[in-house]
Design a binder for this molecule. Structure first.
Ligand code: ADP
Length: 425
């Protein structure tokens, strides 16, 4: 709960940060915009001066304007280009480095814009979404055209240009915000996982405590009964109770061993002891061990051990446990009398051992989770079948330690099949 409050605070802070950054960015853009206005103002002043005062530029402009009535004779037809170049030069000298980053266009028209005396190729008249500055040039030039000549300077990529000027602010801000958002995402992911793990662990502890309570209680009671039998001088009863204690003790040891085994497997120093092993004999051995249980449940087990060569390098004890675990599950999660089908076959450079049952099946959403430690498919509040959710996790670890892999096929109500592939050499 406390962790989620922290996540909430970080989330709100992040949103706050984004808003603050947004406002800074807006303020920065406004500032850059007023700087741009100022600089363009200087440029226009300079262009105005060149066009209004006596000099080569004004003369050229006048000739260009006159040409509206009287076409320019050779070699003067080059005048518009020359005028454009001169103004271009002027603008560049004023904008300096910015002239490269800024995409601009200009034109010289009458005051209504109907008559255009000069314009660059990229100038678009009447463009509304482009930032256009204007400066009227009265004076001698005005007389030349009988109008008020107006100089237009258009900035084509204003937003990009302004953002570019603020790149030193924008780029790190966006990067840091993304980084923070990423960390927040990770935090939520880990918290979720932790929460699930906690729930699963609590389940396991409850389960284990429950499983251990019964034998511990029985052992306590049997010990008292032994004392009574000794007092009454009944040695045969003492022997009977002692063997019952032994049985209960074995149960406790079994539970403890399973937990410990899994813990050791995860240790860095754990080494498999592999030796040439006959998979078929292991399967037969495991099947034999479960036969009495199967018979009492009126189940059946069919073995089709078809792999030609069933030898593989394996840790005998662990591999037998793997098979026993799968068979044990096939019996535990039965749907009526257990029906088990075990097959083997060669595939590639290894062997496939397949254990299939016609039991209750596993819903698709739980397929990948059943291999997680302590995970059990939820079955309401009460699990009819006892277990710790350790079996399949153990199976997967052992299979992986043999450089093999395990696959699960299952449908609710139809059954489950585990395919284990193990390398043969
Ligand atoms: P456990 O059997 O101790 O609960 P496992 O790790 O062996 O733990 O299995 C995890 C879960 O996968 C089980 O709780 C059960 O819900 C499901 N499961 C495993 N094997 C089968 C099977 N053959 N048929 C149906 N469900 C199975």
């Amino acid at each position: 709960m406390k962790n989620w409050i922290i996540v909430g605070i970080v989330f709100i802070s992040l949103i706050g940060l984004v808003l603050v950054q947004y406002h800074y960015l807006r303020a920065g853009l406004l500032l850059e915009r007023s700087r741009l206005d100022q600089r363009i103002g200087y440029v226009l002043d300079e262009v105005y001066l060149k066009l209004a005062r006596q000099g080569a530029v004004r003369d050229m402009a006048m000739r260009v304007m006159f040409s509206e009535q009287e076409p320019l004779a050779s070699p003067e037809y080059l005048l518009p280009e020359k005028l454009e170049d001169s103004i271009q030069l002027l603008i560049r000298s004023f904008l300096a480095g910015d002239s490269v980053r800024m995409d601009y266009a200009f034109a010289l028209t009458d005051e209504t814009g109907d008559q255009t005396f000069l314009k660059t190729d990229n100038y678009t008249s009447g463009a509304e979404n482009e930032l256009t500055y204007q400066r009227k040039v009265e004076g001698l030039l005005s007389g030349a055209c009988g109008c008020i000549p107006t100089f237009h300077l258009q900035i084509k990529n204003t937003v990009n240009y302004l953002l570019g000027r603020l790149a030193y602010l924008v780029v790190p801000s966006v990067l840091f915000i993304l980084l923070l958002a990423g960390c927040l995402g990770l935090l939520i992911y880990y918290l979720n996982r932790q929460q699930r793990l906690d729930a699963v662990k609590n389940d396991f502890i409850n389960n284990l405590t429950h499983e251990l309570k019964t034998p511990v209680f029985s052992i306590g009671m049997l010990s008292r009964m032994i004392r009574g039998a000794v007092d009454e001088g009944q040695p045969e009863k003492v022997l009977e109770y002692a063997s019952l204690i032994e049985q209960e003790n074995r149960l406790v040891k079994d539970h403890v061993d399973r937990v410990l085994e899994l813990a050791t497997l995860e240790g860095p120093s754990y080494q498999m002891e592999k030796s040439p092993t006959d998979l078929h004999s292991l399967v037969e051995e495991a099947a034999r061990a479960l036969q009495p249980q199967l018979q009492s449940l009126e189940g059946e087990m069919v073995l089709e051990l078809d792999a030609e060569d069933s030898m593989l390098p394996a840790d005998r004890t662990h591999l037998r446990n793997v098979i026993l675990n799968l068979l044990d599950n096939a019996i535990k999660y039965r749907n009526g009398p257990p029906q088990i089908h075990i097959t083997t076959r060669r595939e590639g450079r290894g062997l496939i051992l397949s254990v299939a049952d016609r039991g209750i099946g596993i819903p698709g959403a739980h397929h990948h989770k059943v291999f997680e430690k302590f995970y059990r498919v939820p079955a309401g509040d009460l699990h009819e079948v006892k277990g710790f959710g350790l079996g399949l996790s153990y199976v997967q670890q052992i299979v992986r330690a043999h450089q093999g892999h395990i696959q699960l096929w299952s449908r609710v109500g139809e059954g489950t099949r585990f395919d284990i592939w193990l390398p043969a050499a």
